[in-house]
Design a protein around this ligand. Structure first.
Ligand code: V3L
Length: 85
């Protein structure tokens, strides 16, 4: 699509853009004003906590990352672990 905004999760020193499917699901939850919901990402269930803007692994809540909604043009490391540049 041609959206202006996209969703990102935090890496070691920068942000990764979510894959297209996950991005769509988070945007859907955001637009329907959900506070949190669960998603399957790369084989694990994660809680997307929009109140606190965190992605939390359900089976190990210590594994959490900040998330953000930003311009698709914002600096990023790549998409879903696939590096760009
Ligand atoms: N989409 C894709 N892979 C993910 C996601 C996601 N939303 N969340 C976690 N993983 P954790 P640097 C990331 C991967 O949070 O060098 C990046 O995509 C996660 O991958 O502990 O630190 C890179 O591939 C990690 O491999 O549950 O910036 C990689 O980290 C694994 O799931 C290194 O990025 C466990 O994450």
């Amino acid at each position: 699509t041609c959206e202006k905004y996209a969703w990102f999760y935090e890496g070691r020193n920068g942000w990764w853009q979510y894959d297209v499917r996950t991005n769509h699901e988070i945007e859907e939850g955001y637009r329907s004003k959900k506070r949190s919901f669960e998603l399957l990402i790369a084989g694990y269930m994660y809680i997307i906590d929009l109140d606190n803007m965190l992605q939390i692994r359900r089976s190990d809540p210590s594994r959490r990352r900040r998330i953000k909604r930003d311009l698709v043009t914002a600096p990023k490391k790549g998409i879903a672990g696939l590096k760009i540049m």
